[in-house]
Design a protein around this ligand. Structure first.
Ligand SMILES: C[S@@+](CC[C@H](N)C(=O)[O-])C[C@H]1O[C@@H](n2cnc3c(N)ncnc32)[C@H](O)[C@@H]1O
Length: 349
C-alpha cells in the first residue's frame, strides 16, 4: 500500500487508526457533556420547530417548489449519480439517505457562492480535464460538466480512489482540482495539496471549500453547553481521534497546504453560513433552511459515528441529542452560524 508522505516534515503517514473511546476525563476536559445531561431534560417534540412562525411559513412553498425543481431537473437531464461513495472507514454513511442529504447540501453550497460552482478564475477555453476529489453525490461534477461540455470531469470517492494515498493521475495532466467539503476525510492536508500540485498542469488551479464545525452567534444566543456548542466540540474531538481533522478552517490548512505545496496567487473567501431559520436577510435565511433540511434529513448519519465510536453513547442516547439539536435549529431565537472558507491557488507556469 502506498501511503502519502506526511507534511510539513515529510515522514511517512500511517493509515488513520479506528478511533477508541475518548475517556470520561478527556471528554470533560474538552467540555463535552455526558449523555445524561440530555436524557435528563424534557424531550422536545419531534416537530418542535416553530412551524407557525411566519419566517418559516413563508419559506415552505419555496422549499417545496425548489425541491421539486432540483429533482425534476435531474430527471429531465436523465442524470444518475456517480456511484462512488464512501465506505466503512469513512465517518459518513454511504447509503441512499446520506447521498440525498449531500444532494440537498450541494444546493445550499451553490446558493452560498451566488450560483457559482467555483471561484477560481478558470479560462473556459483551456479547461479540459477536471478532478472532483471526494465527489459524494456527484452533483458538483455533473453541474460542472454541463457548464464545461468539452471538459472531462472525473468525480472520485473513497471506493475508487482514496484521496489519502498517492494519487494515480499523471503529473501535469489536470486543469482544475476541486476539493469541496473534505472535513474529517483527510489524513494530511499538506500531502493532499502536494498531490494536487503534482497532477496540476502549470497554470492550473486548485480550489478547496471547507466549513468550521464551531457554531457562533452574533448576539451570544448560542451558549456554551447548548446542543449546537456540543456538536462542534464532538466533531472536533472525534476528528482528532480519527486522525482526520475537522478544524480545517480554524487551522488555516487550505491556505497553508497550498502555499507549502508551491501554489501561488492564493486567494480565499470566508462565508458566514446560517443554519436554521432565523436570519432576517431572505437569502441567508433560505441558505439556512437548506442546510437545516440537509442535515436533518439524515441527522443520525451525521452523529452516529462520533457519538457512538468516540463518546460511547447508545443509539437511543444519540437520538435524544439529535432531538435537542433539531429543536435549537428550529428556534428562531437562536442565531447560529458557522464559517466556511473557499480557497483557490494556481500552479506557476
Ligand atoms: C461531505 S462529503 C463531500 C461531498 C462532495 N465533495 C460535495 O461537496 O458535495 C465527503 C465525501 O468524502 C468521501 N470520502 C471519505 N473518505 C475519503 C477518502 N479517503 N478518499 C476519497 N473520498 C473520501 C465520502 O465518501 C463523502 O462522499
Amino acid at each position: 500500500m502506498v501511503t502519502s508522505p506526511k507534511s510539513p516534515k515529510g515522514e511517512a503517514a500511517a493509515p488513520a487508526p479506528a478511533p477508541t473511546l475518548l475517556s470520561a476525563d478527556a471528554q470533560n476536559a474538552a467540555g463535552i457533556l455526558p449523555a445524561s445531561h440530555w436524557t435528563a431534560q424534557p424531550l422536545p417534540e419531534e416537530n418542535s420547530g416553530n412551524d407557525t412562525d411566519s419566517t418559516y411559513g413563508s419559506f415552505r412553498s419555496t422549499i417545496a417548489s425548489l425541491a421539486s425543481s432540483i429533482y425534476e431537473y435531474r430527471t429531465i437531464q436523465g442524470r444518475t449519480y456517480h456511484g462512488q461513495m464512501g465506505n466503512a472507514e469513512s465517518w459518513e454513511p454511504n447509503d441512499a439517505r446520506h447521498v440525498e442529504s449531500m444532494e440537498i447540501l450541494h444546493h445550499a453550497l451553490v446558493l452560498q457562492t451566488d450560483g457559482k460552482l467555483y471561484l477560481a478564475p478558470l479560462d473556459k477555453k483551456k479547461v479540459q480535464k477536471v478532478l472532483d476529489i471526494a465527489t459524494g453525490s456527484g452533483l458538483w461534477s455533473i453541474d460542472f460538466a454541463d457548464e464545461f461540455p468539452n471538459a472531462e470531469v472525473i468525480g472520485t470517492d473513497f471506493e475508487l480512489d482514496d484521496c489519502n494515498q498517492e494519487w494515480t493521475w499523471g503529473e501535469n495532466t489536470i486543469d482544475f482540482v476541486n476539493m469541496r467539503f473534505l472535513n474529517g476525510v483527510v489524513d494530511d492536508w499538506y500531502a493532499l495539496f502536494r498531490n494536487a500540485y503534482r497532477v496540476c498542469k502549470p497554470g492550473a488551479w486548485v480550489e478547496s471549500s471547507a466549513t468550521s464545525t464551531k457554531f457562533l452567534s452574533p448576539d451570544g444566543t448560542v451558549k456554551d453547553g447548548s446542543a449546537m456548542d456540543q456538536w462542534g466540540k464532538v466533531f472536533r474531538e472525534g476528528g482528532k481521534k480519527l486522525g482526520r481533522t475537522f478544524a480545517v478552517y480554524e487551522e488555516d490548512l487550505q491556505r497553508k497546504g497550498m502555499e507549502a505545496a508551491g501554489f501561488v496567487d492564493i486567494q480565499y473567501k470566508d462565508i458566514q453560513v446560517t443554519l436554521g431559520i432565523w436570519h432576517p436577510d431572505k437569502k441567508a435565511a433560505e441558505i439556512g433552511l437548506w442546510w437545516k433540511l440537509a442535515i436533518e434529513s439524515d441527522i443520525e448519519g451525521y452523529i452516529n459515528y462520533f457519538w457512538h465510536a468516540v463518546l460511547g453513547w447508545t443509539p437511543e442516547e444519540a437520538k435524544v441529542f439529535a432531538r435537542h439539536i433539531k429543536r435549537e435549529w428550529n428556534d428562531p431565537n437562536l442565531h447560529g452560524y458557522f464559517m466556511m472558507r473557499v480557497a483557490w491557488g494556481r500552479k506557476p507556469e
